[in-house]
Design a protein around this ligand. Structure first.
Ligand SMILES: Cc1cc2nc3c(=O)[nH]c(=O)nc-3n(C[C@H](O)[C@H](O)[C@H](O)COP(=O)(O)O)c2cc1C
Length: 439
């Protein structure tokens, strides 16, 4: 049984949270110097849960002191969660809002900041209301809030605003498009000031790390992937949902024991292991630990921990269309290879599905992938290119069958409609931003 750390003692009520020791880690952290808190995080080996998996404590340590750079410091929490297949941050904010707020306050102490911005996906009205309600409960608790102001800022529907620099642009009221890096946000982020951007789950893991101590936390999991992860399981499984697992748990166990196996007594065909942006795994590749190194050996990643299970009726070409349409729609248009390339990928995949594709189109598909990959400011286009190339590499016979048979061999019986129904296009308005709530 995996230890619950992030979702432990779920409650939205301040009194109940405090009754189980809530805000105790904050008191402990405030009795430490900021450098000591950061050191504890470094010891814990906690890595970012938003996708890039960067060590959290090291990121904090990059923030220059106010003597070195006399500017305000900011903490920006990325709650934009829009990766198809991932829905963990929604549940974290909804079930343990005070643990999340406690994490914000501890991180604010560690990086010497008094302004926290939570950039929350616009469509997440439920978690938004719960978070604002939890902040309301702290109105009369200045000893908890300290000198920190937490601003909850609602996004307005653009996947790209989850990319940290596009997020900062959007927060500043500009069009949500990535900045070129360097400088990195830790040096020049929000309003050109030192800024730490961390994911909701990363921040919510901070209080237990402080409460347990970094060394104790680092005993959980496996080398290079410590602690627990909240994974979102969806697709053709019996029990879809969010589960907190110890890092290193086998993917088979996650799918069959937690997810209850393949729905409708079907066979497993493939698994998208970490949200739409990660390289697909075949049914023969699931005896692998859910951790950075093990998945890395299969050239894939945990990403944002969205595990999409696909049964034997799933058409991989249609899977490619579904995801490529998403990336095409969500491309911010700033970099030509991404703006044009994602459109080309969708068009060629549609030709394959319609039975209009020639042999040359399959070569063209891979050629377009090469022309996108590594040539843009951010990895949005790369994600499309990498996954489509992986679908061809691992299911080439199926792509070939679409050409040879003049269309989908499953002949309209693909299970995909049931699998990815929740994949949702955003209303495309990266420039817009919603109302703010301050507490
Ligand atoms: C297109 C794109 C979308 C992203 N969306 C999110 C997101 O919704 N939430 C998130 O935490 N990180 C997202 N990221 C990753 C962020 O850029 C950043 O790495 C992360 O917020 C850092 O937090 P962490 O170190 O705690 O993981 C996205 C990245 C890209 C390229």
């Amino acid at each position: 049984m995996a230890p619950e750390i992030v979702l432990k003692d779920a409650t939205t009520k301040l009194t109940e949270y405090e009754a189980t020791g809530g805000y105790g880690a904050l008191a402990k952290a405030r009795a430490m110097t900021p450098a000591e808190v950061t050191e504890e995080l470094i010891t814990s080996e906690l890595r970012g849960r938003g996708g890039a998996f960067f060590p959290a404590g090291r990121k904090w340590s990059f923030v220059p002191s106010k003597e070195q750079l006399p500017k305000p410091h900011y903490l920006v929490v990325n709650a934009d969660e829009s990766e198809p297949g991932s829905f963990k941050d929604n549940e974290i904010l909804s079930r343990v809002p005070h643990r999340f707020i406690e994490g914000c306050l501890i991180t604010a102490h560690a990086i010497d900041c008094d302004k926290v911005f939570v950039y929350i996906r616009g469509e997440y009205s439920g978690p938004y209301e719960i978070l604002v309600g939890a902040l309301e409960e702290l109105k009369d608790r200045p000893e908890i809030r300290g000198n920190v102001t937490i601003v909850v800022h609602r996004g307005a529907g653009a996947y790209i605003c989850g990319e940290e620099t596009a997020l900062l642009e959007s927060l500043e009221g500009k069009r949500g498009q990535p900045r070129s890096k360097p400088p990195f946000p830790a040096i020049s982020g929000l309003y050109a000031s030192p800024t730490v951007v961390n994911n909701v789950e990363t921040i919510t893991t901070v209080p237990p790390v402080i409460a347990m101590g970094g060394a104790e936390y680092a005993k959980l999991g496996v080398p290079n992937t410590r602690g627990t992860r909240v994974v979102s399981i969806s697709g053709n499984v019996v029990n879809g949902g969010n589960y907190e697992i110890e890092a290193g748990t086998s993917l088979r166990e996650i799918i069959y024991d937690l997810g209850g196996g393949i729905a409708g007594g079907r066979e497993l065909k493939a698994v998208v292991p970490g949200g739409s942006s990660t390289v697909i795994l075949t049914k023969d590749e699931i005896d692998v630990g859910y951790d950075f190194d093990s998945l890395g050996q299969l050239r894939t990643a945990m990403g944002s921990a969205g595990i999409v299970v696909l049964d034997d009726r799933c058409c991989i070409v249609q899977l490619g269309i579904r995801f490529s349409e998403f990336y095409e729609h969500e491309s911010c248009g700033k970099c030509t290879p991404c703006r044009e390339g994602t459109r080309w990928l969708t068009a060629i995949l549609r030709k394959l599905d319609d039975g209009r594709a020639t042999q040359g189109d399959l070569d063209l598909l891979l050629d377009v992938c090469d022309r996108i990959n590594g040539k843009c400011l951010c990895p949005l286009g790369d994600s499309d290119a990498i996954i489509v190339a992986s679908y061809v590499a691992k299911f080439r016979d199926e792509f070939q069958a679409h050409i040879d048979q003049g269309g989908c061999p499953l002949d309209g019986h693909s299970s995909l409609d049931h699998v990815l129904a929740p994949v949702q296009m955003h209303a495309h308005s990266p420039a817009a931003h919603g109302p703010e709530v301050r507490a």
